[in-house]
Design a protein around this ligand. Structure first.
Ligand SMILES: CC(C)(COP(=O)(O)OP(=O)(O)OC[C@H]1O[C@@H](n2cnc3c(N)ncnc32)[C@H](O)[C@@H]1OP(=O)(O)O)[C@@H](O)C(=O)NCCC(=O)NCCS
Length: 176
């Protein structure tokens, strides 16, 4: 059993959403998924699949790896990438949808490769995505597992200061 928390971005009026991009990286919105981005499927540890004792870590990593391989940016699905010289350092996916009379831009699959972490790449990628969302209009949300304390702190530091909701996720296993 797992609890997912959805946080909402609360923009401070003085925040122009600019900021430092760590040396050696560039941040951009991409029209195609970089070929090596599937490797980021192995960067998660606390997803609903990883937390399920019936699913091996390799299998959980495989779910996300396949997800990225099949993800095609389009009208409602967008990808932002942090690019190092020869590889993809991190990505954020954004899904934009109409929900109960408002547009919601949901940031998900937020991942930075281990060797590029704690240098501001995640923050720079979030801010680039937020800037794009501000241009589109609507609310911006992120979701993560309640036990991913590191990610929750990371999102709160980046302006996602309102809890929008929680939901409990149950996996059903037949024969048990
Ligand atoms: C969360 C993640 C994207 C952050 O990327 P990053 O490039 O390391 O982030 P930044 O360098 O911009 O910011 C780091 C800040 O976030 C906080 N932070 C990030 N990850 C943290 C962790 N695991 N534990 C505690 N704090 C964390 C740090 O306190 C740091 O704050 P500081 O700048 O005041 O020192 C990265 O850790 C990651 O890819 N994690 C694995 C995938 C994941 O869990 N994604 C989110 C769930 S959907």
């Amino acid at each position: 059993m797992n609890t997912e928390v959805t946080l909402e971005y609360v923009r401070r009026p003085e925040d122009g959403l600019t900021g430092r991009i760590p040396g050696g990286l560039s941040i951009e919105k991409a029209s195609v998924m970089p070929r090596d981005a599937y490797l980021l499927g192995k960067e998660f540890r606390l997803t609903r699949f990883h937390m399920d004792e019936n699913i091996t870590r390799a299998k959980s990593d495989g779910v996300w790896t396949e997800y990225i391989k099949n993800f095609r940016p389009g009208r409602a699905s967008h990808v932002f990438i942090a690019k190092a010289r020869h590889e993809t350092a991190g990505i954020i996916l954004v899904n934009r949808s109409a929900q109960e009379g408002e547009y919601v831009n949901n940031l998900f699959f937020v991942a930075i490769k281990k060797k590029f972490r704690a240098k501001g790449a995640g923050r720079a990628l979030i801010r680039r995505s937020l800037k794009w969302c501000a241009g589109q209009g609507g609310t911006v949300t992120v979701g993560t597992q309640a036990n991913n304390v590191g990610a929750l702190n990371f999102y709160m530091k980046n302006g996602f200061t309102k809890v929008r909701g929680t939901k409990t996720v149950l996996h059903r296993w037949s024969g048990r």
